[in-house]
Design a protein around this ligand. Structure first.
Ligand SMILES: Nc1ncnc2c1ncn2[C@@H]1O[C@H](COP(=O)(O)OP(=O)(O)OP(=O)(O)O)[C@@H](O)[C@H]1O
Length: 253
């Protein structure tokens, strides 16, 4: 039997803010297989980041479960959580916000290696993302946007994850750099069998990288299926609107 690497069920999260209750996740379920990319698309406020943060154990849902790699993921606490949480990593849109501005790239990469007791070197990590070892001495501010995103990916790899969540990770890059980073992400998946949750409002980028796409709206997954099927024959009004917003995906366009 083909047991998924990760299976989420019944995830619900309601935020209360200024007297209003917002259902950010409502009974969300999905699976991820080893080596698979699930694209997660949806309009602003649909719950994509909330779902990513629940996976990362940054926020607790009120209901639901995640089975991941043999663990009841949302029940892990204390030492077990500390030991295992590096198995799911996240890459954000803006790597600058995720790095200590005064640290060199080398020290930013060395820290997670040390914490996990891994013998891999910084140079090795940089090589895996197509960067030269000499970059280790530079600050994160001193390198280009594309190089920064490569460093962010290298740091995610440092804890030997089996899942990486990309949250709008290529959205801020210009088109040619975006293509190169998408290629790197795909190559790493091929060589290392990583599973990805690729969160983006950019359906064009999701289409090239995702095997399957899940569409969120108002906290629910309203549609999910193989990328080609879903994009060529959208069922939900949410996805129809997203497809219409990408001119070259429109029928006859
Ligand atoms: N900490 C919070 N407190 C209150 N409301 C929140 C909080 N985090 C998210 N929300 C609300 O939950 C809903 C889902 O937000 P979320 O950020 O998950 O959506 P999103 O799809 O990632 O949007 P975007 O594409 O704009 O990042 C929104 O209505 C948002 O305002």
């Amino acid at each position: 039997m083909d047991v998924p690497l990760l299976a989420a069920k019944g995830l619900s999260k309601t935020f209360a803010s200024r007297g209003r209750r917002v259902a950010a996740l409502q009974d969300v379920a999905f699976t991820l297989k080893r080596g698979e990319t699930l694209g997660l698309v949806g309009p602003s406020g649909s719950g994509k980041s909330t779902l990513a943060r629940v996976l990362m154990r940054l926020i607790e849902p009120q209901a639901g479960s995640i089975h991941f790699n043999g663990d009841d993921w949302l029940k892990l606490e204390g030492r077990a959580l500390r030991e295992r949480r590096g198995a799911i990593q996240m890459v954000f849109q803006d790597p600058l916000s995720a790095f200590n501005p005064r640290a060199t790239i080398g020290s930013a990469l060395a820290a997670p290696l040390r914490v996990h007791g891994f013998a891999d070197g910084v140079a090795e990590l940089l090589a895996r993302v197509g960067l030269t070892a000499s970059l280790a001495e530079r600050g994160i501010h001193e390198v280009s946007g594309g190089q920064r995103q490569r460093v962010a990916i290298a740091r995610a790899l440092a804890t030997r994850p089996s899942v990486i969540v990309f949250d709008e990770a290529v959205s801020a890059l210009d088109a040619s750099v975006r293509g190169q980073i998408l290629q790197l992400i795909a190559d790493l998946q091929q060589s290392e069998g990583l599973a990805y949750l690729f969160v983006s409002h950019d359906l064009a980028a999701v289409r090239v990288i995702a095997h399957r796409i899940a569409v969120m709206d108002q906290g629910r997954i309203v549609e999910c299926g193989p990328t080609q099927d879903v994009v060529s024959n959208p069922q939900s009004s949410t996805l129809k609107a997203l497809v219409a917003a990408v001119p070259r995906l429109r029928k006859g366009g």
